[in-house]
Design a protein around this ligand. Structure first.
Ligand SMILES: Nc1nc2c(ncn2[C@@H]2O[C@H](COP(=O)(O)OP(=O)(O)OP(=O)(O)O)[C@@H](O)[C@H]2O)c(=O)[nH]1
Ligand SMILES: [Mg+2]
Ligand SMILES: [Zn+2]
Ligand SMILES: [Zn+2]
Length: 383
């Protein structure tokens, strides 16, 4: 299905917005309050997006086959282009003709969203290229540029508030269709308050929401690891509250939910200590203790096993409330909820340099491969 890459609204067949993009068009240009707000700005405060001639057409009731009748600008005669009826982002042909997979990262402040997103790109790239495809950032549609240096640096600034990052990738032609992957990353602070200013309703139409749970915020874990881990800032995030706010933003949507225990390396360290909370990590046969094989596959059986294990793990980490909310949210019907574990950095650091031990990232692409498997982009095995 084609979707807007910014607000994830499906390209509807019953309402179409068309606009003139001729810079010389004599039609009056006005502030486009909708587009301005979507880009995180207050209309009238500078940096406004403007719009010239535009028209919205709706399918007449009872009519099945239907084409918009306005094709040319009333003022200058230029061919009209499509834009999203919901957020007024342009919908170029490449988006209109592609199957768009929409992924939204979520989670409290400092839970590891940005690092996970960045680190996950490299195995994703290898997978797509290994399949004979090409993963290419679509700069005109993305709001950030990723450099190699970004991928290497771990001392990341917190994500900018109000304007969730958007990264849009072309995956090329896969299984007979042109594919696009759109990923958005929000500042944890914007999810901490239910009424944070900004437009975050893209969660409603996301295909997958990746929600990160930071085990380091669990007091028993921190306590058990006090002597062996470098000191990390404690945020004191209320994960359940953040998740509840997220449910409000999902509204009537039904995305898949990946609930991820992030910074799993922190928990791995527990296998070296003798504490109650460490018991599950003394079992080397557990699904989540195995590393994932390379390759364009998603192992359904192992995925389900890890989901069960992480579900029990969360209960042990005093997060049964989150498990219940994720599996049976009061207001939302998720397409499916699955639990994951990942480590983007592969080892604990003090946040200023790469881990000297150089462990590799662990299962950081699992949630992405899960959603891509549902689209036939990644092969499902073990079923
Ligand atoms: N040990 C360990 N630390 C991690 C891992 N991933 C992220 N971190 C650390 O957690 C901190 C926060 O990571 P970010 O990715 O910036 O967190 P965020 O969720 O994007 O935070 P906001 O943008 O503020 O919402 C950084 O200091 C990272 O070094 C991991 O896999 N293991
Ligand atoms: Mg961030
Ligand atoms: Zn849109
Ligand atoms: Zn015009």
């Amino acid at each position: 299905m084609s979707k807007c890459v910014l607000c994830f609204y499906p390209v509807a067949s019953d309402a179409v917005m068309l606009y003139c993009d001729n810079p010389k068009c004599a039609h009056e240009r006005k502030v486009d309050a909708v587009a301005t707000e979507y880009l995180g700005k207050d209309p009238g405060a500078g940096g406004d997006v403007t719009i010239g001639y535009s028209v919205v057409e709706r399918r007449p009731p009872g009519v099945r086959e239907w084409q918009p009748t306005n094709r040319f600008c009333k003022k200058c005669g230029s061919g009209l282009l499509r834009m999203c009826v919901r957020c007024h982002t342009p919908l170029p042909e490449v988006v209109l003709n592609s199957d768009v997979t929409a992924v939204a990262f979520a989670g409290p402040r400092s839970s590891g969203k940005t690092v996970a997103m960045k680190v996950g790109l490299s195995p994703l790239y290898n997978m797509i290229v290994g399949m004979g495809g090409a993963l290419a950032l679509m700069p005109a549609l993305s709001t950030v540029k990723i450099t190699d240096q970004d991928l290497k640096s771990q001392a990341l600034p917190a994500t900018e508030r109000r304007v969730p990052w958007t990264l849009v990738f072309s995956l090329g032609q896969i299984a007979g269709r042109s594919r696009i992957l759109a990923i958005r990353d929000i500042a944890g602070e914007d999810l901490a308050a239910a009424d944070a200013p900004g437009k975050f309703d893209y969660f409603e139409y996301a295909d997958l929401i990746v929600f990160l749970f930071d085990p380091f915020e669990v007091p028993q874990v921190r306590h058990a690891l006090e002597d062996i881990l470098p000191a990390q800032e404690i945020i004191g995030a209320d994960t359940t509250q953040v998740f509840t706010n997220l449910l409000g933003l999902i509204g009537r949507g039904s995305p898949r939910l990946a609930i991820v225990v992030s910074k799993f390396d922190v928990l791995h360290e527990l296998s070296t200590v003798d504490a109650n909370v460490a018991a599950p990590f003394h079992n080397p046969g557990a699904g989540y203790m195995r590393s994932r094989p390379d390759g364009p596959t998603y192992d359904e059986v192992l995925g389900a096993l890890i989901s069960e294990e992480v579900r029990s793990l969360l209960a042990m980490l005093d997060a049964q409330g989150l498990v219940n909310l994720a599996e049976h949210p009061p207001t939302v019907t998720p397409a499916e909820t699955r639990f994951f574990a990942m480590s983007a950095l592969g080892a604990s650091t003090d946040g200023t340099e790469l881990s000297a031990r150089g462990k590799s990232p662990y299962r950081v692409v699992d949630p992405l491969f899960w959603i891509l498997a549902t689209r036939g982009i990644v092969r499902t095995i073990g079923k």
